[in-house]
Write a protein that binds this ligand. Structure first.
Ligand code: PSV
Ligand code: MN
Ligand code: MN
Length: 434
């Protein structure tokens, strides 16, 4: 038994109020799915295995370059962030890990942090390094780059930071390092593309060599920002080339907002999975760029199509007896909502997209594809996407002790108002871009 961040009796009482309607809706969906030969119990069981990590930096209000508007009751330190993660997990049942970012989450005693998290049943996702900002007291600046910097000593400093992240991660029980690199240029002629990438690869080779046996390193690509003319790891092509050169422990991480508008991200997912290089996923949504909006809030169809590829890849791998275990995380910035409510909504969107992908009639779709019946092949996806799978998702949550209606249950607990009384208020401050 773990400590509960939220009063379980309040969640249970909320569920009791909704139970009759939930059972009715669940039965309707069961009958509806049965007509397509889909067993709702199998769907619920698979939904119960879905796990998505939470970013420590997403537990507080994010912000833009212009401002950050913190809300009362936000967490002030890693312990309070873990407590909020535990509260979200209690309701959603699918967010059992937190992902830390260094030096943002630097603390004096990682054993204490780990024990605190374990008491709440929370584990640690990939650790994230940060060589995109200069920290107070830092010897050498990252203004002109870090792992790919022209200066050997600056590269060394960035390498050592990553090695330290691995060490901390080991203390926490994490098993992956995510490297998002902001290195790039703002001017043509500022740097040579080839030599810059060579320097990056040399640095990454040293970091790779320090990975424990059961660890992976995720290379997170991003098209642009903060560098606007060129970025060193700008797309999945560069990312997979580097991951292939580094070795089997190196894989690519797809952040949904890190692509040009209209890029076919689900196809990138399929390609990376096919070549065993899909390491991880940062879920969010975007209208223009790296907006870090809530998953499913802008383009839920895209989220569904991504899960359609993930499920297909999962099933292809299972047939070959191969491993397929991408690490899922949210990477969102909550600027105008309560971060915990945004995460609860995002979890619902992610779980819902997975559920819809699970009910796609793949045998029928394959037959239509073989027969070049374009419309019916497409309609196999449409039918699944248009199906209201919320009762299956609610049932998966409920069986894990979570809430039938996450938002209603969260609000009924009064958690944020209580924290507003108990926690120190955060200062309003200028935001960062993450
Ligand atoms: C910067 O674009 C970023 O949002 C990346 O997505 C990273 O995953 C995140 O910051 C944390 O470093
Ligand atoms: Mn990201
Ligand atoms: Mn980003």
């Amino acid at each position: 038994r773990h400590l509960s961040a939220l009063p379980q009796d309040v969640i249970d009482a909320e569920n009791d109020k909704l139970m009759a309607a939930h059972l009715y809706d669940y039965e309707s969906l069961r009958v509806r799915l049965e007509r397509s030969d889909v067993d709702i119990e199998t769907v619920v069981r698979r939904l119960m295995t879905l796990e998505v990590g939470l970013p420590s930096w997403g537990m507080i209000s994010g912000g833009t370059r212009f401002a950050r508007f913190p809300m009362p009751g936000e967490p002030n330190n890693i312990f309070e962030k873990i407590e909020d993660c535990a509260a979200v997990h209690q309701i959603a049942g699918m967010t059992p890990r937190i992902s830390l970012h260094f030096p943002w989450d630097v603390t004096y005693d990682y054993t204490e942090v780990r024990q605190y998290a374990e008491a709440y049943g929370i584990g640690f996702d990939a650790v994230n390094s940060n060589t995109f900002q200069d920290q107070p007291g830092q010897t050498l600046s990252y203004k002109y780059g870090s792992l790919s910097h022209t200066d050997r000593a600056t590269r060394q400093q960035a390498i050592e930071h990553n090695l330290e992240c691995i060490e901390i991660g080991q203390k926490l029980g994490s098993n992956a390092l995510t490297v998002w690199l902001s290195d790039g240029t703002n001017f043509a002629g500022q740097a040579q593309f080839a030599e810059t990438l060579e320097r990056y690869l040399d640095s990454m080779t040293e970091i790779y060599a320090a990975l424990p046996d059961d660890w992976r390193v995720f290379l997170e690509h991003k098209l642009y920002e903060p560098a606007f003319y060129s970025t060193v790891i700008q797309d999945w092509g560069t990312s997979i080339l580097c991951a292939q050169q580094l070795g089997p422990k190196a894989q690519c991480l797809v952040d949904m907002g890190h692509h040009a508008p209209n890029v076919n991200i689900e196809m990138i997912v399929a390609r990376l999975a096919q070549f065993g290089k899909l390491g991880g996923f940062h879920f969010n949504d975007s209208k223009y760029g790296d907006d870090d909006l809530d998953a499913g809030s802008i383009n839920p169809f895209q989220l569904f199509l991504i899960f359609n590829e993930l499920v297909h890849a999962e099933e292809r791998a299972a047939k070959r007896g191969a491993a397929f275990d991408p690490s899922y995380m949210m990477d969102q910035s909550h600027n105008v909502t309560d971060p915990m409510e945004s995460i609860l909504n995002s979890a619902r969107a992610i779980g819902g997209a997975y559920a819809k992908a699970l009910i796609v009639d793949r045998a029928a779709m394959a037959a239509y594809q073989d027969a070049n019946d374009v419309m019916m092949g497409h309609n196999c996806l449409r039918l699944a996407f248009e199906t209201d799978v919320r009762p299956a998702l609610a049932e998966a949550r409920r069986r894990k002790g979570g809430a039938i209606d996450p938002m209603a249950a969260f609000r009924a607990t009064g958690y944020r108002a209580e924290k507003a009384r108990a926690r120190q208020p955060r200062r309003a401050e200028r935001g960062g871009i993450c």
